[in-house]
Design a protein around this ligand. Structure first.
Ligand code: DGL
Length: 273
């Protein structure tokens, strides 16, 4: 190297090369993430949201971890050309299986995930019994077992895998006798345990809250992580100076692409589009 040579280095690594008007992509295996989008749109009303439900491949929660990782990676890759400043993985299952991979693939993009709201439940019910309803994938992945270990001294945590429950929401069955019978078979044995709180560790389950509350009784508090996730999204956008101002919008899409699934999505969202 000659002394006279001047080397100019541009340190772009870590810099977020996005603009405020890009979309916030909200992903789920299907319709569950709409419970998170509802909260996001309330807390960030000036943002442009692009929702993608992968109902064609739902449920994710009974698949292998590798399959869920691939499906989630595909969802993000498919939407990236549209201009995405932030990804919210509005799915506990996809977060557990894929968030580390996604962050490594897209280091310049804010990627927010979900986890069962165990900290909130333990803070509110220390020393008590807390039931966590979630998918098989969420409960078996390291992310959840580490979370459970963290709080096992402060409360008794009872994980309850709920295979089959997501399908009720996907098919629009939120109040049917079949749903009540299924939930009752799942919950009645464990509710004998004097449960203080139920954590809904799957974003589909808040849509079933009235039926779950009816079975659990009025003294059991039912919690989910959507408010915390929306607040974290706002915090991260603010830190990166990526908060948008102006009229917000919500675009709903789904891998099934049928009018039925889009109507069902709009109905579940319950906000004017
Ligand atoms: N909504 C997803 C979650 O939060 C799971 C749904 C599924 O099994 O596809 O875990």
């Amino acid at each position: 190297m000659r002394d006279s040579e001047i080397f100019v280095h541009y340190f772009l690594a870590g810099e977020i090369m996005h603009n405020k008007d890009e979309y916030i992509l909200v992903l789920d295996s299907g319709l569950g993430g709409l419970s998170v989008l509802r909260e996001l749109s309330e807390i960030l009303p000036e943002e442009q949201f692009l929702y993608y439900g992968d109902s064609k491949n739902a449920p994710y929660g009974t698949r292998s971890t590798e399959e869920v990782r691939l499906l989630t990676q595909n969802c993000v890759a498919q939407h990236r050309p549209m201009g995405i400043k932030t990804v919210v993985i509005a799915c506990n299952t996809a977060t557990a299986a894929a968030i580390e991979d996604l962050r490594a693939t897209y280091p310049d993009t804010i990627i927010i995930g979900m986890e069962p709201a165990l900290k909130l439940a333990v803070d509110r019910h220390p020393g008590k019994k807390i039931l966590v309803m979630a998918t098989n994938v969420t409960l078996r992945e390291h992310k959840f077992t580490a979370l459970m270990d963290r709080f096992s001294d402060t409360a008794t945590i009872l994980p309850l895998p709920c295979p089959g429950l997501v399908e009720f929401v996907e098919s629009g069955q939120l109040h049917t006798p079949e749903l009540s019978a299924y939930l009752s078979s799942l919950l009645t044995p464990v509710l004998k345990e004097d449960i203080s709180a139920i954590v809904l560790g799957c974003t589909h389950f808040p849509f079933l809250k009235p039926v779950i509350q009816e079975l659990a009784g009025p003294d059991v508090e039912i919690l989910d992580g959507s408010h915390g996730t929306a607040m974290q999204t706002r915090r991260r956008l603010e830190e990166a100076n990526l908060l948008r101002t102006g009229k917000g919008s919500i675009t709903l899409t789904n891998s099934l692409g049928t009018p039925e699934i889009l109507n069902r999505s709009a109905k579940l969202l319950e906000v004017p589009l």
